[in-house]
Design a protein around this ligand. Structure first.
Ligand SMILES: CC(C)(COP(=O)(O)OP(=O)(O)OC[C@H]1O[C@@H](n2cnc3c(N)ncnc32)[C@H](O)[C@@H]1OP(=O)(O)O)[C@@H](O)C(=O)NCCC(=O)NCCS
Length: 166
C-alpha cells in the first residue's frame, strides 16, 4: 500500500463483513510484528459470530479495524484487536474507531477490558489518554520476555474522555 492521503485517513467506518477477512489480515500484517498477528481462522470466526463486534475503516483498502469480544451474560467487553495502518497513524483514527465502536456495544456493557504489550507505547498512550487504568502486570503474557498489561475502564469514563476531545 502506498502512502495514504488525509482523505483516506478520514475513511468510511462500518461494521466488518466476512468478505473483509483478507483486508483485515493485510492490515494486521502491516500494523503488527508477525508474532503478534492473530491467525486467519480466528478472524474468520470472529467476523461471523454474534459474540464479537468488528468495525473497519476503509477507503480502497481496510486502513483500520477494531474488534470487541462480547458475552451474552457479561457486562464486560474485551478489546480483541485495534489496528491503524502505519500510513494513517497520528491523525485521530484510533481514537475515532474506539469512540464509534462504543456506540455500537450492547446496552448491557458497562466495563471495558484489554491486554496490551507493555512496550507498546502508542497503544498504552492511547488507552491511558482515554481513561483506561492498569490493573495487572502480566509477565511473559505474549511469550518469553514479552510482558503485557491488563487494563480496565468503565464505559462512562472512556465515553467522557473521548467526548472531551471531539
Ligand atoms: C495504537 C494505534 C491504534 C493508535 O492509532 P492512531 O490512529 O495513531 O492514534 P490516534 O491518532 O487516534 O491517537 C490517539 C492518542 O493515542 C496516543 N498515541 C498515539 N500514538 C502514540 C505514540 N506513538 N506514542 C504515545 N502515545 C500515542 C496519544 O495519546 C494520542 O492522542 P494525541 O494525538 O492527542 O496525543 C496505532 O499506533 C496502531 O495501530 N499500532 C499498531 C497496532 C497496535 O499496537 N494495536 C494495539 C494492540 S493492543
Amino acid at each position: 500500500m502506498g502512502r495514504l492521503d488525509l482523505n483516506a485517513a478520514a475513511g468510511h467506518l462500518r461494521v466488518a463483513k466476512a468478505g473483509d477477512l483478507d483486508g483485515i489480515l493485510a492490515l494486521e500484517q502491516a500494523a503488527f510484528p508477525p508474532e503478534d498477528c492473530f491467525p486467519r481462522r480466528s478472524w474468520r470466526r470472529l467476523l461471523v459470530t454474534p459474540s464479537a463486534l468488528c468495525l473497519v475503516v476503509d477507503e480502497r483498502k481496510v486502513i483500520a479495524s477494531i474488534a470487541w469480544l462480547l458475552r451474552s451474560t457479561s457486562s464486560l467487553a474485551r478489546m480483541y484487536s485495534l489496528a491503524v495502518h502505519p500510513d494513517a497513524r497520528g491523525r485521530g483514527l484510533g481514537r475515532r474507531l474506539v469512540a464509534e465502536s462504543l456506540r455500537k456495544l450492547p446496552r448491557r456493557v458497562d466495563t471495558l477490558g484489554l491486554e496490551v504489550r507493555s512496550d507498546n507505547g502508542a497503544a498504552v498512550g492511547l488507552y491511558c489518554a482515554i481513561g483506561f487504568i492498569e490493573t495487572a502486570r502480566l509477565p511473559d503474557y505474549y511469550g518469553p520476555g514479552r510482558s503485557g498489561l491488563r487494563m480496565r475502564a468503565s464505559l462512562t469514563a472512556v465515553t467522557q474522555a473521548l467526548s472531551r476531545r471531539s
